[in-house]
Ligand binder design. Structure first.
Ligand code: URA
Ligand code: URA
Length: 222
C-alpha cells in the first residue's frame, strides 16, 4: 500500500522490498557514522574477491543528503580507473538524463550495487551481491533519499528481489525499505538501444513527480 500522498499520483503500486536490516547482517557497517566512513570501509573490504582485481574502490559520490539516490550495477573500467561511479560514456549520459529533470550530479547521490569492478565487466555473482549489500543499505540509511532510481535490470531485480523483467517493473512505484523506488533502463543499454530513450524519459519524469510529491509531503516537517 502506498501512503496517501503517493496514492494520489495515480501511479500503480509495485513491489515492497527490503526486509534485511543492516544492523542484523553487518553491525560494524551499521555503526559507520558518515558516508566517508562507509567509503573507507569499502576501501579495505575483503568480504568478496573483487578487491583483488580492482584498481580502486568505487563506493559512490554525491550529496550526503540527496533527495534522489541512483543505483547502478557495478563499476566499469573507467570507474575502476578513477574510483568514481558513472564517469564513462554511460555516466555522461546519466548526467544528461538527470539534467533533463533539473537535477545536477552534485545534488543527487550515485552509487552501485557492487563497489568493486567485476573482472571484464562480467555479471555480478550472488556471493558478491550479498557481501556488498551492507554498504548500499548503510548509504541509504545515511542519505535518507526521498526517491531511489534503479538503473537497469540488474539493480532493479537485485533491490526488488525479483526476476520480473525491466519492462514490467517500469512505470510503477515500488518501495525499498519504505523509500519509493522507480525503475528505468541502464544508460549503457540506452547507448545501444535508441528506442529506449523515450521510455527512459517517461521514467525519469515519473521519478521527478514522486520526488516533488515527497518534498511537498515532508515540507515543514524537516
Ligand atoms: N555502469 C554501472 O552500472 N555503474 C557505473 O558506475 C558505471 C557503469
Ligand atoms: N537489460 C539491462 O541489463 N538493462 C537495461 O536497462 C535493459 C536491458
Amino acid at each position: 500500500m502506498l501512503p496517501p500522498w503517493l496514492g494520489v499520483l495515480g501511479i500503480p503500486a509495485g513491489l515492497e522490498a527490503g526486509q534485511i536490516r543492516v544492523n542484523e547482517i553487518a553491525p560494524d557497517v551499521s555503526m559507520l557514522p558518515t558516508l566517508d566512513d562507509v567509503a573507507a570501509h569499502v576501501a579495505s573490504c575483503t568480504s568478496c574477491a573483487l578487491y583483488k582485481g580492482a584498481k580502486h574502490p568505487v563506493p559512490g559520490e554525491g550529496h550526503a543528503q540527496a533527495d534522489l539516490l541512483c543505483v547502478g550495477e557495478a563499476p566499469g573500467a573507467h570507474e575502476d580507473e578513477q574510483g568514481r561511479p558513472f564517469v564513462g560514456e554511460a555516466g555522461q549520459l546519466l548526467t544528461k538524463i538527470l539534467g533533463a529533470i533539473q537535477l545536477s550530479r552534485e545534488e543527487v547521490y550515485i552509487c552501485n550495487v557492487l563497489k568493486h569492478r567485476p573482472p571484464g565487466n562480467r555479471d555480478p555473482q550472488p556471493d558478491e551481491v550479498i557481501a556488498c549489500q551492507p554498504y548500499l543499505l548503510r548509504q541509504i540509511e545515511l542519505v535518507r533519499p526521498k526517491v531511489i532510481l534503479a538503473l537497469g535490470r540488474f539493480a532493479a531485480q537485485t533491490l526488488l528481489q525479483t526476476t520480473t523483467g525491466i519492462g514490467t517493473l517500469r512505470g510503477k512505484i515500488h518501495r525499498y525499505h519504505g523509500v519509493p523506488l522507480i525503475v528505468t533502463y541502464h544508460p549503457a543499454a540506452l547507448l545501444r538501444n535508441e528506442q529506449w530513450k523515450r521510455p527512459t524519459w517517461e521514467d525519469v519524469k515519473l521519478a521527478r513527480r514522486v520526488l516533488d510529491a515527497a518534498r511537498a509531503a515532508t515540507s515543514g516537517t524537516e
